[in-house]
Ligand binder design. Structure first.
Ligand SMILES: [Zn+2]
Length: 162
């Protein structure tokens, strides 16, 4: 049995909220993923929430939900192994990603990691609200809008399985 992680991150990989706004948004996400108190099938004790401000840009990838990556220029398929090796190399240095700039292995085009076409979506962020084993389906666009309002910046969600 793996874990499901529902992450909410700012759409801008460089952006970070002030502490109060980050905590407010995290409290709202916790409420949204914990299930209704009258629902006998959910146990809010199973839901864990991590809230992180990262020094450097950090990959928020979708784990084993990653099916394919496509190049935005030539639409060529990029090997998910190439992507994992790239992230592992950064992980070993333990400093996050110094840059999102890459040259694609398919057509040698200079682009940015956050412009690649990931299925399922992957993201990059310096702030992350991660809910472990949410007791519900993905957040709706309306719910994401309320989280964005609490945070003070547009957000997106990444659904990972690890
Ligand atoms: Zn290409």
């Amino acid at each position: 049995m793996g874990d499901d992680i529902l992450s909410v991150i700012p759409t801008d990989p460089h952006w970070q909220p002030a502490p109060d706004a980050g905590k407010r948004a995290a409290a709202l996400v916790l409420e949204l993923v914990s299930g209704s108190p009258d629902d006998a099938h959910t146990d809010p004790g199973d839901v864990g929430l991590d809230v992180d401000w990262y020094e450097a840009i950090t990959a928020v990838d979708c784990g084993s939900n990653l099916l394919s990556i496509r190049c935005p220029h030539c639409a060529g398929s990029l090997d998910p192994e190439w992507y994992r090796d790239l992230l592992d190399a950064y992980d070993e240095r333990g400093e996050g990603l110094p840059t999102l700039d890459i040259t694609t292995p398919c057509c040698s085009t200079a682009t940015s990691l956050d412009r690649l076409d990931y299925d399922w979506p992957c993201g990059y962020a310096r702030f992350e609200i991660a809910a472990w084993n949410p007791q519900r389906p993905p957040l709706t666009p309306e719910e994401l809008t309320t989280v964005a309002r609490a945070l003070g910046h547009p957000v997106r969600q990444i659904l990972a399985r690890i």
